[in-house]
Design a protein around this ligand. Structure first.
Ligand SMILES: C[S@@+](CC[C@H](N)C(=O)[O-])C[C@H]1O[C@@H](n2cnc3c(N)ncnc32)[C@H](O)[C@@H]1O
Ligand SMILES: O=C(O)C(=O)C[C@]1(C(=O)O)C=C[C@@H](O)C=C1
Length: 243
């Protein structure tokens, strides 16, 4: 997936606006997420492997907050010939436009219904897999449980939710240690101190990570029968829950 280099926060700004998935971000998003989220490439590839194992013929896969379509493409490659449909949703017009171009670059017999809309308004039904890859953290905290309940209701028995998120830790020493490791990861990927601190301010009001305990309790309270973290690097994790 082509992406220009992310230099959005490279110059000092008088005022840092809240982070938005606008056309500037969409234009550099591939580079931004690879350099910001440890393990991103592995998570994307493994989402495809989960699909290969768990997606049943004639069912649907939902990719909620699909951005440029990385997870959708990874899944689509793995479920050819199963008469499945992928519903990919994002409310950012610029992301959806670029996602459409990325999807069109490859031939496939699996239909992708790409929707520009709010994931809170999407009907979920006949699903054997739902993906929330670094999207739930951008919903207002009070809206998260309702979306997860709707996902649970739309999943078939045995269907899976793959949920990837930045984590917050109740233990302050662990929070500080893993946050510091994440900042080193960003530095090692070429981000300057200015870029790191300006992006941090931009994200402060719009991205509110939950703790692992909150994720696990919420999903099991909703009714998921099985829950595990399958990947974690520093303060980023991907979890899987089975209905
Ligand atoms: C961090 S990105 C997700 C990355 C993507 N899933 C991937 O694997 O590359 C979060 C995405 O969720 C979208 N988003 C956030 N809140 C949304 C909402 N309420 N409805 C639809 N899309 C939303 C944003 O526009 C953005 O593209
Ligand atoms: O926490 C950070 O510093 C991040 O940059 C994380 C994060 C994310 O987790 O989605 C935030 C915004 C961008 O979408 C890319 C990465």
């Amino acid at each position: 997936m082509n992406s220009s280099q992310d230099t959005i926060y490279a110059q000092p700004a008088d005022q840092i606006a809240d982070f938005q998935f606008d056309s500037r971000v969409a234009g550099v998003f591939g580079d931004m997420i690879r350099r910001s989220v440890p393990g991103y490439a592995q998570i994307i590839a493994t989402i495809g492997d989960f699909a290969h194992r768990s997606v049943k013929p004639g069912t649907r896969v939902y990719d909620l907050g699909c951005s440029l379509g990385a997870a959708t493409l990874s899944v689509r490659r793995q479920i050819e010939g199963r008469d499945c449909e992928i519903i990919a949703v994002d409310y950012s017009e610029s992301m959806v436009k670029r996602c459409q171009e990325n999807l069109s670059a490859y031939v496939s017999d699996t239909k992708v219904d790409l929707i520009q809309g709010d994931i809170r308004d999407i009907k979920i039904e006949n699903a054997s897999m739902v993906i929330l890859n670094f999207t739930l953290q951008f919903l207002p905290p009070e809206d998260r449980i309702l979306l997860l309940q709707r996902i649970f209701n739309g999943l078939k028995k045995g269907g899976i939710l793959v949920l990837s998120e930045k984590l917050r830790f109740e233990d302050q020493a662990i929070q500080e240690l893993l946050d510091a490791q994440h900042l080193d990861f960003k530095r090692a990927n070429g981000y300057s101190e200015l870029e790191i601190s300006q992006k941090r301010s931009a994200l402060e009001n719009v991205m509110k990570p939950d703790s692992m305990q909150t994720h696990e309790t919420r999903l099991t309270d909703i009714g998921f029968s099985h829950f595990s973290t399958w990947f974690q690097c520093f303060n980023f994790a991907s979890m899987v829950a089975i209905k």
